[in-house]
Design a protein around this ligand. Structure first.
Ligand SMILES: [Zn+2]
Length: 118
């Protein structure tokens, strides 16, 4: 299985608008059979959306589209003088490249391992 994408999310740098391409006929059959039963890869958060960030249209994933908020000026001011702590943002729900590679490794082990064929 090959995952192809053209853009990355502007905020979290995860790949967006993924296009899975099966390499072999067996993978093609499995992918097109199981995608109606149960989505084999949860890519619904890696869809591409446009969001206005800093007066420019940016390509973001759907997770960042729904959760991103710009930091207001008073919060930046309070951070500078030490009135409030810096809060880290939550990890977005879209899949990163490492998670995709992990899924691909697990899929190859499931499909082509020597235990299943013996
Ligand atoms: Zn994102």
């Amino acid at each position: 299985m090959i995952f192809r994408w053209n853009y990355k999310c502007f905020l979290c740098n995860h790949p967006i608008d993924l296009d899975p391409i099966p390499e072999t006929h067996y993978e093609w059959l499995a992918y097109y059979q199981y995608r109606f039963v149960y989505n084999p890869v949860p890519l619904f958060m890696n869809r591409m959306y446009y969001k206005t960030i800093g007066e420019k249209m940016r390509r973001v994933c759907s997770s960042c589209f729904s959760t991103y908020k710009p930091v207001p000026f008073r919060v930046l001011r309070d951070r500078e003088v030490g009135l409030c702590r810096v809060r880290t943002t939550n990890q977005p729900l879209s899949l990163s490249i490492d998670e995709l590679m992990e899924w691909l490794g697990g899929m190859e082990e499931f499909f082509y391992s020597s235990r299943n064929h013996s």
